[in-house]
Design a protein around this ligand. Structure first.
Ligand SMILES: C[S@@+](CC[C@H](N)C(=O)[O-])C[C@H]1O[C@@H](n2cnc3c(N)ncnc32)[C@H](O)[C@@H]1O
Length: 386
């Protein structure tokens, strides 16, 4: 028999056990007060963002000491490449650069340094972040690392009043609360979360005609379970309304076109939780202590962008995007001097690491020149349409 690794939550420190018990108690009281069950998206919203129990409100989440790494926390090379793509637009359409879901501010620092060296600084850099704790971290990092540019950087939780030349969102869409559903008799039934004797459990709701129609679930296998993110669609539509003429909305995240997302073999969806670098798929066990994410349906994002008046200007893998923007120059020495860079390039671009699962989508308002990040590989044709 293969040995089963003990998951890290089997050995929670006593203070974490207390925190977990308190979170479950708060959720159960809320459930009992509000009729016994909440839609999964509401649960995900609370588990991630509630000021009292939310994961993003409290924990150290990113990097080696947290629960997962994101590309900016791995290496500045990522931000340098994203900045080169932004510079192309900022030179033609000078103005505001918005970074949505900016986390700790790492990407902001790396991008602004590169934009400065390219003489393509935006008039203002607005970092929008929902978590108050992350906003504080971002302000501290920016103040420490970019004192000369701090005056043109705003860290906030709301959209700026002016339109943006560029909006960048790295791993934001996967963190927006999504709906989970199960197919019975060809109809999509939303799943919600209720209070069980021991803790929290799943509830299956009545068939939802809007969901069933949108995904055309007739004929899908019995019990097929997956997710749909109305919030991600709404966010793209909202972001689109903040893009100026000639401007760019750049989305980076893990996900697939709809045909792969809702592939018959992906019968348990894409929901993933991260706790101390351990990935699993049960969002109900560690509410407020673990990250919960869903993959992104990029066909739906393209449709939402087009419906809001943007054009689909590029779609590729993260590897295609970063290699197009010169992440691995010919001058790179594969020796000790560049060892860290080489390791990061591998992590960011190899197909079994982040290179293939992560995708980059560009949506633009009006005509733009071909975008540099998509010149090696453009997979727009793979997205299809609903
Ligand atoms: C997975 S993290 C990614 C952080 C950062 N972009 C990175 O790559 O390291 C997602 C971030 O989005 C933030 N977030 C979630 N919903 C948001 C929203 N509607 N507006 C702005 N930030 C949001 C979360 O608080 C979290 O910091």
């Amino acid at each position: 028999m293969p040995e089963t690794a003990t998951p890290p939550w089997a050995a929670l420190a006593p203070n974490q056990q207390e925190t977990l018990a308190r979170h479950v108690q708060i959720l159960r009281e809320r459930l009992l007060r509000t009729g016994g069950a909440m839609p999964f998206a509401e649960f995900m919203d609370m588990a991630l963002y509630d000021p009292q129990i939310g994961y993003y409100a409290h924990e150290t989440v990113f990097g080696g000491h947290g629960d997962f790494v994101t590309a900016p926390t791995l290496s500045p090379l990522f931000g340098q490449c994203v900045a080169r793509q932004c510079a192309q637009i900022l030179r033609e359409t000078p103005g505001v650069l918005v970074e949505a879901g900016g986390g700790t501010g790492r990407l902001a620092v790396d991008m602004l340094r590169t934009l400065e060296s390219l003489e393509a600084l935006p008039s203002r850099y607005v970092l929008i972040e929902r978590s108050a704790r992350r906003r504080e971290e971002a302000r501290t990092l920016i103040g420490r690392e970019l004192p000369d540019l701090a005056g043109r950087i705003l860290v906030t939780d709301t959209w700026p009043a002016v339109t943006a030349s560029v909006i960048v969102a790295n791993e934001l869409l996967d963190a927006l609360p999504a709906e989970r559903f199960r197919v019975h008799g060809g109809q999509a039934h939303p799943l919600s979360v209720g209070a069980d004797d021991e803790g929290l459990g799943w509830r299956v709701g009545a068939a939802d005609a809007r969901l069933t129609d949108d995904l055309a679930t007739a004929g899908w296998p019995e019990g097929y379970t997956s997710e749909i993110s109305w919030n991600a669609r709404r966010w793209v539509a909202d972001a689109a309304s903040h893009v100026c003429e000639g401007g760019l909305l750049l989305l980076v995240d893990y996900g697939f076109p709809a045909t792969e997302y809702y592939h018959p073999q992906r019968a348990d969806g894409t929901l993933m939780c991260h706790f101390r670098h351990h990935a699993h798929s049960d969002p109900l066990i560690l509410p407020g202590l673990q990250d919960i994410t869903v993959h992104v349906d990029f066909t739906a994002m393209a449709d939402a962008g087009r419906a809001a008046g943007l054009a689909l200007a590029g779609y590729t893998s993260q590897a295609g995007f970063l290699l197009s923007l010169g992440i691995a120059p010919r001058t790179l020495d594969f020796d000790r001097a560049h060892r860290e860079d080489v390791a990061a390039i591998k992590r960011l671009t190899l197909p079994h690491e982040m290179g293939e699962l992560f995708k980059v989508m560009a949506l633009t308002r009006g005509e733009t020149r071909p975008l540099a990040g998509f010149h090696l590989l453009d997979r727009r044709a793979a997205l299809g349409r609903r």
